[in-house]
Design a protein around this ligand. Structure first.
Ligand code: 1HN
Length: 367
């Protein structure tokens, strides 16, 4: 069936203002009411309408300011010593894109953060350092560069770096703008440190096998029992897949981090992926609903997002708003490139809001 995107058609609001109508609108306004047809076309876009813009945050520009924060304030003073990345069009809700927040957190050797929990879910992607750890619901988990860890909704969490470690920097991702928009967030601080309830690295050692989950352990929580996805296992898995799998024309070898107990997303509100772009690969352009924050984990290249070119290399962070065309290019002719990303797809798909469109010309023209 043909659809028309034209505000002059029957079915769209097209009422001309008259003095009588204006007086009528005023009367409604005084009663806390309004005539739907004055706003209908605005609140019913023909297609998904992002308010965020594509943005790139260069790590070379930000790194020294992130380090500087560790000279200016302590984790105890700051609660979380983080430089957050904010979309030019989402400053009002502290979002990097859509309803997703991201920031860069620094922790020095011997430091640790206060333990706390909140209804917002969090995840982390490790950028640099040694000896970092996180404690999630009594599970202490050691962290290495390019590891991905989750802190699900309402789990107690705290982080730190061993005395003999090296300053750790990681990217935090949270659904905090979404949970605040839903007016459902909360926050609690623990008096002291969490009590450890399992041996170190219990979750990754027990649940991080090749699709193996322990037959004797019941897991009924709505998030993954695997709290850490090690780069040491993730990268070889991508290379193996790339030997035999063409991958997606839009994303190359795109692998989703999954809950090993269900095969579903790692958490209820946020999903995450690692993708590999082969040497020289230039993916085709498409757009879809869902907001995405990327970090380049390996290599260098660029993405064209909404007709604009954004060059990235290791540790750079960028975003793709909902319903904006994007395509990715690996600029190396010899090395692969890897992009970590997290998104709000669990929300989008579970509410039946996912849609996708391929670019009519295959690729975008750069503005
Ligand atoms: C949070 O709990 C952490 O635990 C980092 O490291 C960043 C940003 C907003 C709200 C909670 C953390 C956060 C956060």
């Amino acid at each position: 069936m043909e659809t028309k995107h034209d505000d002059s058609v029957i079915g769209r609001a097209r009422v001309q203002d008259t003095p009588e109508l204006e007086a009528y609108y005023k009367e409604l306004e005084n009663l806390g009411a309004g005539a739907l047809w004055t706003v209908a076309n605005d609140i019913e876009p023909w297609e998904p309408r992002p308010s965020s813009i594509p943005m790139l945050w260069k790590y070379d520009d930000l790194r020294s300011l992130v380090i500087k924060s560790s000279e200016l304030v302590t984790p105890e003073q700051a609660g979380r010593r983080v430089v957050y990345l904010v979309n030019d069009k989402r400053k009002d809700v502290s979002a990097a894109v859509g309803w997703l927040y991201t920031g860069i957190q620094v922790t020095r050797p011997g430091e640790s953060t206060p333990a706390h929990k909140h209804k917002a879910a969090a995840l982390r992607f490790i950028m640099e350092g040694e000896g970092g750890y996180t404690v999630v619901d009594g599970n202490r988990i050691t962290l290495e560069v390019n590891d991905f860890v989750i802190t699900p909704n309402s789990t107690w969490h705290e982080h730190g770096v061993a005395e003999d470690g090296k300053t750790c920097i990681w990217q935090d991702g949270l659904d905090i703008p979404l949970i605040n928009a839903l007016e459902a967030n909360d926050y609690a601080v623990l008096d002291g440190k969490q009590e450890l309830t399992a041996p170190e690295n219990f979750s990754p050692l027990v649940y991080g096998g090749v699709g193996l989950v322990p037959a004797d352990q019941e897991w009924d929580k709505p998030y993954s029992p695997l709290f850490k996805y090690s780069w040491k296992k993730v990268y070889p898995a991508l290379l193996e897949a790339a030997q035999v799998h063409e991958g997606s024309p839009f994303d190359g070898i795109l692998m989703q981090y999954t809950n090993p107990a269900t095969g579903g997303h790692v958490m209820q509100t946020m999903g995450a992926s690692m993708q590999l772009l082969r040497a020289g690969e230039h993916t085709k352009a498409h757009k879809h609903t869902g907001s995405f924050v990327y970090q380049c984990a390996k290599g260098k290249g660029y993405s064209i997002i909404g007709g604009k070119r954004f060059d990235w290399k290791e540790r750079d962070i960028f975003c793709v708003p909902s319903w904006v065309y994007h395509e990715h290019v690996n600029l190396s002719e010899t090395e692969d490139a890897c992009l970590f990303s997290f998104n709000d797809l669990p929300v989008i798909t579970s509410l039946g809001l996912y849609q996708e469109k391929t670019h009519p010309d295959g690729y975008q023209t750069v503005e």
